[in-house]
Design a protein around this ligand. Structure first.
Ligand SMILES: *Cc1c(COP(=O)(O)O)cnc(C)c1O
Length: 222
C-alpha cells in the first residue's frame, strides 16, 4: 500500500502503454509531466533519481526556490509552468522554465516575446483555453482562440507549440478534450496539454501529448 512516487510512476507508465495501444497510439506519443507543486525537493529527488525528467510547477516563486539546485544535479530536466503567470514574473519564468502552458492574454504574449528576445531563451508556449468558459478560470474562450493565436503569431512572432485546458471539475471531461483537439487541428497546433490524475485516461483518445499528473505520482497534497 505504501508505495513511493517512483513506483507509482512506473505503474502509470505501464498502464499508459496499454491504454495508448488500445487507442492505436504509440507509447512515446505522450509525455508524463510529474506535477511537483507543494512537494519539497526531497520528495522530488527520488523521482529524478529513478530517471524521470519532465516536471510541472504552478508557481514561479515556488519553482525558483526548489528547482535551480535540482536542475544543477539533473541538467537535462524539463520544467513546465502550468499555473497562471503575472507579467511581472515573465522574465523569471522565461529564465527558469522550458515550457509555459498558461499563455492567456495579449499583454503576456507581448511581455514574453520581449523577454525571449532579450534572454535568447525560448520556452515552448501553450495557449490556455477556458473550454468550460468558467468566469473564475483563466484562459482564452474557444470563440476567441483563433484571433488570439493569430495575434500571438503575427503581432508578436511567437511560435505556439500547443494548447492547454483544465476542464470544469464537475463536468465529464471528454467533450472538453475533444474541443481542445478541434481548436488545435484548426490552427495547425501539434501539442495538447490535457489530462490530470483524475481524468488522463479520457484524454488519450483525443490526442493529448502532455498529461499533467500530481497526486497520482506524489500522493495527496497537504
Ligand atoms: C495541480 C495541477 C495539476 C495536477 O493535478 P492532479 O490532480 O494532482 O494530477 C495539473 N494541472 C494543473 C494546471 C494543476 O494546477
Amino acid at each position: 500500500m505504501s508505495q513511493d512516487a517512483p513506483q507509482r510512476l512506473a505503474e502509470i507508465h505501464s498502464e499508459l502503454a496499454k491504454e495508448l495501444a488500445a487507442c492505436g497510439r504509440a507509447a512515446g506519443d505522450v509525455t508524463v509531466m510529474a506535477v511537483s507543486k507543494t512537494f519539497p525537493a526531497e520528495k522530488i529527488a527520488p523521482v529524478l533519481e529513478a530517471g524521470h525528467r519532465v516536471f510541472g510547477e504552478n508557481r514561479v516563486q515556488e519553482a525558483q526556490a526548489k528547482w535551480p539546485a535540482l536542475k544543477a544535479d539533473y541538467p537535462d530536466t524539463e520544467l513546465h509552468l502550468i499555473g497562471p503567470l503575472q507579467s511581472n514574473k515573465a522574465a523569471d519564468a522565461v529564465a527558469l522554465f522550458d515550457a509555459i502552458h498558461s499563455l492567456d492574454r495579449l499583454k503576456l504574449a507581448r511581455v514574453l516575446a520581449g523577454e525571449m528576445h532579450t534572454q535568447q531563451r525560448f520556452p515552448e508556449l501553450f495557449v490556455q483555453i477556458n473550454t468550460g468558459e468558467e468566469p473564475q478560470k483563466s484562459g482564452i474562450t474557444p470563440a476567441e482562440a483563433g484571433d488570439f493565436i493569430k495575434a500571438c503569431r503575427e503581432e508578436y512572432g511567437l511560435e505556439i507549440a500547443g494548447l492547454m485546458c483544465l476542464p470544469p471539475a464537475e463536468d465529464v471531461p471528454a467533450p472538453h478534450f475533444a474541443l481542445l483537439e478541434k481548436i488545435a487541428r484548426a490552427h495547425d497546433i501539434k501539442k495538447l496539454s490535457m489530462g490530470m490524475s483524475g481524468d488522463y485516461l479520457a484524454a488519450l483518445p483525443f490526442g493529448t501529448t502532455h498529461i499533467r499528473l500530481g497526486s497520482a505520482i506524489f500522493g495527496p497534497r497537504g
